[in-house]
Design a protein around this ligand. Structure first.
Ligand code: GLN
Length: 318
């Protein structure tokens, strides 16, 4: 038996044996061995390469997981979504005068385009864009970190979300390239606050630790027109949820976003901790975690698992 969830007018068949399907996909994913664990900081380099988790959280409240779904990991760039939500709410449309909404076609930490484009980052999903967003948060909140943390905890319905202080420190110690991006933007007058404070916020949010179940539940509102399906609370407007999904579709997987749209067809965001979340509008959220990364900085097994699941269930939004 299957229960149907309507997505874009098309029923999606959510099989009762979803758990078995996830198990099969995870087993297959374990044969993918072509990635490399992020090693730019020791705290990430030490994470075991064979961790693997896959979670599906549907809007009816069911959460189905396999593998290491209870193990918290460094969410890294997935945090860019949380920062963006707060900045969109605080600043409204003027935000889009300071950051664009175009794919960059460049690696996530690239610097060349930022010089050509006078310190206006291509989008909020690359590092320069997320540092700009961090500036908005530092400039508009008296305590930007606690504003973000309490929002994320509220979205998960759990106080268990923490920040790994060791990752936070290491990000700062090895953050020369991010500092270069921030100072370059400052030179174009596109950073308002103190650069070191802005960088500290950015490094801190990269160090948030969550598991795949917390990630999937926290972002369910993006699949539900901005409304949290658990609490019924309107988290963002429907329009802002659509806009965040649109940015994820075009930029969330960096310079592999086109390939991801082509082969999977879902708004998604990755982080160098090996996590990926994918939004299935009107259905739910898929989150995957496995530390080894491909050359674009996206989890190799995570990509495999989300692609398999999306293809087998026919989840593409296109
Ligand atoms: N902390 C990483 C960095 O700033 C985040 C990048 C990512 O997850 N893609 O380089």
């Amino acid at each position: 038996m299957t229960h149907d969830v309507i997505s874009g007018g098309q029923p999606i068949h959510a099989p009762d044996n979803l758990k078995q399907l996830l198990e099969d996909i995870l087993q297959q994913a374990m044969t993918v061995n072509d990635g490399k664990v992020a090693d730019y900081i020791p705290a990430l380099a030490e994470v075991k390469a064979d961790y693997c988790a896959l979670t599906v959280a549907t809007l009816d409240g069911n959460v189905t997981s396999v593998g290491d779904s209870n193990k918290p990991f460094s969410i890294q760039s997935i945090s860019k979504i949380y920062g963006l939500m707060l900045a969109m709410e605080r600043l409204g449309d003027p935000l889009w005068e300071r950051v664009q909404m175009e794919p960059s076609g460049q690696p996530f930490n690239s610097i060349v385009q930022l010089e050509w484009e006078k310190g206006i980052p291509r989008n909020p999903m690359i590092n320069a864009g997320a540092i700009l967003v961090s500036d908005v948060l530092v400039s508009h909140y008296s305590a930007s970190k606690s504003a973000l943390l309490s929002m994320v905890r509220g979205l998960c319905g759990s106080e268990a979300v923490c920040v790994d202080s060791r990752v936070h420190e290491s990000e700062r110690e090895h953050g020369a390239r991010n500092a270069a991006l921030a100072y370059l933007m400052k030179s174009f007058n596109n950073i308002e606050s103190d650069v070191e404070e802005v960088l500290d916020h950015y490094f801190w949010q990269c160090a948030l630790t969550m598991n795949t179940e917390q990630l999937a539940s926290s972002l369910a509102f993006l699949a539900n027109r901005g409304q949290c399906p658990r609490s019924g609370k309107q988290i963002t407007s429907h329009r802002d949820a659509q806009r965040i999904n649109a940015l994820m579709s075009t930029s969330g997987m960096y310079d592999q976003s086109g390939q991801f749209a082509f082969t999977v067809g879902l708004p998604a965001k990755s982080g160098v901790g090996g996590g990926i979340i994918a939004i299935v509008p009107d259905y739910g959220v898929i989150s995957a975690w496995s530390p080894p990364l491909n050359s674009f900085g996206n989890s190799a097994r995570g990509m495999f698992m989300i692609r398999e699941l999306a293809n087998r269930l026919g989840l593409s939004v296109y």
